[in-house]
Design a protein around this ligand. Structure first.
Ligand code: ATP
Length: 237
């Protein structure tokens, strides 16, 4: 089943066109990565999908439902959640309260408890710190909390914007291992935007390369890792 399809999406900031006829597909169960230089339009692509910066032209289908004209909260309710760049947790709320914010649309209390326990098994540090303010956590722990908060909404499709931003390599690797686990264990489909193209392509099934708001290449992630142009431009080889 196709989980997400973008057809000729064009997104603008004011008069400036950022995305040019951007088309891509994400099949159910896949991890897809979008790589590209600073300013290529990766974040804008995610924000177009989640309704924060709606496209001016083009079609976005989520589970075959057109979502390009829906407000963000309607899109979330359909099962599509975005973890924004820079994390944006609630620093004054406890870890547990932050998680509760992710599932305020849900009423199934027993399931919510189970999901919380699952999250504490993925990230034991969040369980240990559940009563501490989110603002006391390290950068890596805040990223874990931001991902976990999105998971509490039980998304079918998770959009992750630069999960490695500002984190030490060891913490980044841990987070990527968990991203792969979330995909494997819950069958959550993942669209991942990442500067660390090497790690992203090693985690993903397929990848799209974005330049100046256009898709210039797409292939299996393993093929992109071997591609000479990709190696030169994005992998520092
Ligand atoms: P980065 O890795 O730096 O976040 P990106 O590939 O995610 O890069 P975008 O953030 O999508 O790129 O930015 C694409 C283009 O849109 C850039 O030229 C950027 O300057 C411009 N842009 C981003 N946000 C705005 C905004 N709010 N208003 C006007 N232009 C913007």
């Amino acid at each position: 089943m196709t989980m997400l399809e973008l057809r000729k999406v064009n997104t603008y900031y004011g008069n400036i066109r950022i995305l040019h006829d951007l088309s891509l597909t994400v099949e159910a169960g896949e991890i897809i990565t979008l790589i590209g230089a600073n300013g290529a339009g990766k974040s804008t692509t995610l924000m177009s999908i989640s309704g924060i910066v709606p496209p001016r032209r083009g079609t976005i289908l989520f589970k075959n439902v057109p979502i390009h004209a829906l407000p963000p909260e309607k899109i979330v309710a359909l099962g599509l959640c975005q973890v924004p760049e820079g994390r944006h947790i609630f620093p004054g709320l406890t870890v547990r309260e932050n998680l509760d914010m992710g599932c305020f649309l849900r009423r199934d209390r027993k399931q919510i408890r189970e999901d919380r326990e699952y999250i504490y098994s993925l990230f034991p540090i969040l369980g240990q710190r559940q009563h501490q303010p989110g603002g006391n956590l390290s950068g890596g722990e805040q990223q874990m909390l931001a991902i976990s908060r999105a998971l509490m909404a039980r998304p079918e499709l998770l959009l992750l914007d630069e999960p490695s931003m500002g984190l030490a390599p060891l913490v980044t690797r841990q987070i990527f291992e968990i991203i792969a686990r979330i995909n494997r264990e819950n069958n959550t489909t993942i669209l991942l935007v990442e500067q660390n193209a090497n790690l992203a392509l090693k985690t993903a099934d397929r990848g799209y390369v974005l330049e100046n708001g256009r898709i210039v290449l797409h292939d299996r992630a393993s093929a992109l890792l071997r591609d000479e142009e990709v190696q030169k431009a994005y992998l520092g080889i």
